[in-house]
Design a protein. Structure first.
Length: 236
């Protein structure tokens, strides 16, 4: 049984429909990537799963139960974490305060402390910089902070939108290593990436979206070897 499943999802913004019958599934402990050109609807897919935008039709289940019609905080509470595109951190808050914000649905102080320790173990650099303001961190550190914040609810699965976008090559490698480390920790991961080759290399399976529709799917290796996918999406 899939941990997360989308069946024929139609969704959009206001009156404009962006997704047309998108279907995908993520099995427990899988790493799945979603690739495709700009404007294909990759971020929109994550936003409809989290309950942020207009639902027009189809089914979404997490752990076998419907999640359509729930608020984003309720979906977080079911164990699905989300790191939006754009390394969004609170610039005027410290690293620790940023992480605290990630645990806003949790009341139990002890659980918050445990989650903070877990994040600091995964990201020692955040532990060293607990008192630094989010806005003064480097791009790569801000991406870590955004990921760390999403882990504060100790999700079963995490969706990460464009983690390597705009990072220097050193941090790009670090981000992919981190994703693999999270996978080793037992997290189920779905990632949207413009760095499609790297993403497919670390993924069990991948989906290619185009114009709001499913275009290709397969194992990471299958998509890397597919001539059409190579030509159209992997630069040759
Ligand atoms: N808030 C919004 N209101 C209206 N239209 C939007 C909004 N956000 C995105 N769109 C439109 O939805 C379509 C899909 O956008 P989306 O952000 O999902 O693409 P994407 O595949 O994530 O692209 P990118 O690789 O550039 O991040 C685009 O045509 C975009 O203009
Ligand atoms: Mg996007």
């Amino acid at each position: 049984m899939a941990l997360l499943e989308l069946k024929n999802i139609d969704a959009g913004y206001g009156r404009s429909q962006i997704l047309y019958g998108v279907s995908l599934e993520v099995m427990e402990k899988e790493v799945v990537c979603v690739i495709g050109p700009n404007g294909a609807g990759k971020s929109t897919t994550f936003k409809i799963i989290m309950g942020f935008i207009n639902y027009l039709g189809g089914e979404i289940t997490f752990n076998g139960a419907n999640i359509v019609g729930f608020r984003p905080d309720q979906i977080l509470g079911k164990g699905l974490g989300y790191v939006p595109q754009g390394r969004i951190v609170f610039n005027q808050m410290t690293v620790r305060e940023n992480l605290d914000m990630g645990a806003y649905i949790e009341r139990d102080k002890k659980k918050i402390e445990e989650a903070m320790d877990y994040v600091f173990t995964l990201f020692p650099r955040l532990a060293e910089r607990q008192k630094q303001l989010g806005g003064t961190m480097s791009g790569g550190e801000q991406q870590m902070l955004a990921m760390g914040r999403a882990l504060m609810t100790r999700p079963q699965m995490i969706m990460i939108d464009e983690p390597s976008l705009g990072l220097s090559p050193r941090f790009v490698s670090e981000v992919f290593e981190l994703i693999l480390r999270l996978a080793e920790e037992g997290l189920t991961i779905m990632v949207v990436e413009q760095n499609a080759t790297r993403a497919l290399e670390i993924s069990d399976r991948g989906y290619v979206l185009e114009l709001g529709r499913n275009r290709y799917e397969g194992t990471g290796q299958e998509l890397l070897n597919n001539q059409d996918v190579r030509r159209m999406y992997l630069g040759g």
